[in-house]
Design a protein. Structure first.
Length: 499
């Protein structure tokens, strides 16, 4: 059986704890790989390697860093299919989705390639007599990232390229459910010329996470995952004196006004709700239909959802793959099975779905629930699967109030032809990312990603300017040099002396 080990100091390091976790092919249900689970001592050893590497990397020139990043970007581009295949094998998403994940990660690598302009400081001359004031940004030291299973390549690339471009060294703790992509990213970084110890991958479970959160030599922690864990990460790491950005869960809404193009809205809802099997924090999981359009919109969504082909991610004909684990599949199914008892109309029931020849895979079909109540489990919880809830509202104001009442504030969207309504929505809605006729408003790399309320813990969003500020700290220098004509300065520069 294949074993995924740690990547520390520019090389593979075998696990020493004796503990291993299973890695399953979601399409077959078979355990194909085992991953080493680090002890606290192994985490400490990795941190010491990163700390040593920082002594040199933190002092390296911007030209040296960007040279590596440009080479890294070229290697990632050349290996995008290989990375996508690893994602499909361990996560289960279809190959096109996996390729899209790599492409979105590459955006942040490209942003890091241009770090020279992002790290420019400021200078004010002559604020007083011969006094100048400058502002600069410097790296933090050793920083860590704890990333989720649903984007095993993209989310790590949202973190470490910017961190190392800013001069930090990095410890990545990826999900133990699909660990291979992280190692591939680290190997390619080494091939691109990143010095040993600058990027390290430590696999593990809660033991490794807790060791990172409490380690005195880690200056900052980035996290993406569920809200309860994000809250724990933020509380624990902050208590240990660390800077924290912890992105939590979501319940993203799509408000559809009566004037909207219903065909476009239905296409968007299906893509946003069921793409990547709904296992993404930016998935649309609740559509709010305003006015009399609800029945027609639900019918259009149903027609499209029934045509989605579910199958193994490596089958070119598949449009949606399996869920990551059998346990997660069963949890998602439980929301659909209990929906009718809580007042919803089950338009499509994807539970019990199987694929011929892959009966042991973690399969579930597409589910569509209509007339969902706001106090039902299917609406309140982040299901993280291919389940779309439809709610009804009589007016725009009622729809906005419904969305704003959610404890989550990650992303949201409005579908309308009315520019005035769209403008009101983007100002009145309580969410960090807003789409206007765009169902999944994930910002491009040079704008930052992050939500509000229970979707974000910490002051900084991820990547973009917020990411650069998170991985650096500001310093202000006030300087006064005497004029060469003022007294003896050790070297005669020929200036006349004043007496």
């Amino acid at each position: 059986m294949k074993t995924v080990n740690h990547w520390i100091g520019g090389k593979t390091v075998e696990g020493a704890s004796g503990n291993y976790g299973p890695v399953t092919d979601p399409a077959t249900g078979e355990v194909t790989t085992q991953v080493a689970l680090a002890s606290a001592a192994e985490v400490d050893a990795a941190v010491q390697v990163a700390k040593d590497a920082y002594q040199t990397w933190g002092q390296s020139s911007l030209a040296a860093r960007t040279k590596v990043l440009f080479a890294y970007r070229a290697l990632l581009d050349a290996n995008r299919d290989a990375i996508a295949e690893l994602i499909t094998a361990e996560h289960g998403k279809v190959h096109s989705d996996a390729l899209g994940e790599v492409a979105r990660g590459l955006e942040i690598v490209e942003l890091a390639c241009g770090i020279t302009t992002q790290l420019k400081g400021e200078l004010s001359t002559s604020v007083s007599s011969r006094v100048d004031v400058s502002s600069i940004r410097q790296p933090l030291g050793v920083v860590a990232g704890i990333t989720p299973f649903n984007f095993p390549a993209m989310v790590p690339m949202w973190m470490f390229p910017l961190a190392v471009a800013c001069g930090n060294t990095f410890i990545l703790k990826p999900s133990e459910k699909d660990p291979s992509a992280a190692n591939k990213l680290a190997e390619l970084a080494s091939e691109a010329g990143l010095p040993a110890g600058v990027l390290n991958v430590v696999h593990g479970d809660k033991v490794a996470v807790d060791a990172l959160l409490s380690h005195p030599d880690i200056a900052a922690v980035s996290f993406v995952g569920s809200t309860p864990i994000a809250r724990h990460i933020h509380t624990t790491a902050s208590a240990n004196g660390k800077r924290v950005q912890a992105l939590g869960g979501a319940k993203n809404h799509m408000l559809v006004l009566p004037d909207a193009d219903l065909d476009a809205a239905a296409d968007a809802a299906v893509s946003a709700a069921y793409g990547s099997a709904g296992e993404r924090c930016m998935a649309i999981s609740a559509v709010v239909a305003v006015g009399s359009i609800g029945d027609e919109l639900v019918e259009k969504i149903r027609e499209r959802a029934e045509k989605i082909k579910v199958g193994p991610g490596n089958n070119p004909d598949s449009e949606m793959g399996p869920l990551i684990t059998a346990a997660h599949r069963d949890k998602v199914a439980s929301y659909v099975k209990g929906a009718a008892d809580q007042g919803a109309d089950v338009i499509l029931d994807g539970t019990g779905y199987t694929v011929d020849g892959f009966e042991k895979g973690h399969w579930i079909g597409l589910s569509l629930l209509d007339n969902v109540k706001t106090d039902s489990d299917a609406y309140r919880d982040e299901i993280f699967g291919p389940v779309l809830c439809v709610l009804r509202a009589e007016t725009y104001e009622e729809g906005v109030a419904l969305i704003n009442a959610s404890p989550f504030g990650n992303g949201t969207a409005i579908f309308t032809r009315d520019g005035g309504a769209a403008r009101r929505f983007q100002l009145e809605i309580e969410a960090g990312m807003v789409g206007v006729n765009v169902p999944i408003p994930v910002p491009v790399g040079y704008h930052s990603f992050g939500g509000w309320k229970d979707s974000l813990f910490g002051d900084h969003h991820i990547y973009g300017n917020d990411g650069i500020h998170f991985y650096t700290r500001g310093k202000v220098v006030t300087t006064r040099w005497p004029d060469p004509s003022e007294g003896h300065i050790g070297v005669d520069l020929g200036f006349p002396r004043n007496h």
